[in-house]
Write a protein that binds this ligand. Sequence first.
Ligand code: DP6
Length: 400
Amino acid sequence: MASEKPLAVVTCTAPVNIAVIKYWGKRDEELVLPINSSLSVTLHQDQLKTTTTAAISKDFTEDRVWLNGREEDVGQPRLQACLQEIRRLARKRRNTWDGDLPPSSLNCKVHVASENNFPTAAGLASSAAGYACLAYTLARVYGVESDLSEVARRGSGSACRSLYGGFVEWQMGEQADGKDSIARQVAPESHWPELRVLILVVSAEKKLMGSTVGMQASVKTSPLLRFRAESVVPARMAEMTRCIQERDFRGFAQLTMQDSNQFHATCLDTFPPISYLSHISWRIIHLVHRFNAHHGDTKVAYTFDAGPNAVIFTLEDTMADFVAAVRHTFPPGSNGDTFLRGLQVRPASLPAELKAALAMEPTPGGVKYIIATQVGPGPQILDDPYTHLLGPDGLPKPAA
Ligand code: DP6
């Protein structure tokens, strides 16, 4: 146990992001450089966030990491890549330091504890928030002020987009060293206040094939993926940016659905094929299209990552009606009162004409629960020492 107080302890939080133009495929596995640019929406941390505490002390004899209270293998290559990269940046900064030398923190070992405020088992993208939080917290504890895209990216590609709030693009870059493969905010979280996000949790099962392995297989075998990266995504990035800047929901929604569908098409074009959507995912897709057809307008959009959960975008005035349609199509079991979590949604009954237009036999329990949220800010530093996940001895505090 540590006898001295740690030299520095910092606690930060970071958000989950959901891509509307998907990243799928690397041109460099080691540096985590993508074959196309991508664009995402940062979700609000009131509903989904990772909290991370990092502490450095002369007394620590090795780097150690705890995730949701359990000690992890610090030797994992991605963790090591993040640690090495942040220490490289810290060393660089110290070498160019022209005032007093900062404390010799670089020679110290670090302890890191990290927690999610949402069930990891729900299959929601936790690695993006996790690695963004790790990069951001380590940067604070080691006094690094440079761009953190590379640190987060080395953990998980999509994590670099969680370094900012609002609407964020990850520019693929051209350089072999990846220095120009960086995340950048397209618009802040205040830009589109009416935009709402519903996460339809379909399955808590662990996915069959992780993103890293899945995209490797796609890069090797899918001609459609190559076509997508070279000939489709560049124009879509520009169009999506325009839709966001102009708050053009119809355009945003249509392109979001098309890009999700094309990503899943490249999975099917992979050989052997990969399939992340379940029959419930497909029912959600039909529900959204019928809902939109009934309104004669694109009121709701879906997007799916490497798993069966749906993320729905809609505007505030449509949220209650769409939730009613989901409840009708996927009647909750005994959890009726906890079916909807997060933001308050006005209770609405499903209009008879809409029910008829949906023409769907209910699938009880198909959607386990819904998290209602909105666009949110980027990583935050927590000032209150009470929030530290590590105690003065540098070990995780017992869970409250
Ligand atoms: C389908 O960022 O998890 O969610 O870089 O190998 O860690 P690695 O992959 P990861 O892939 C995310 C893929 C996606 C689309 C996206 O978020 O853009």
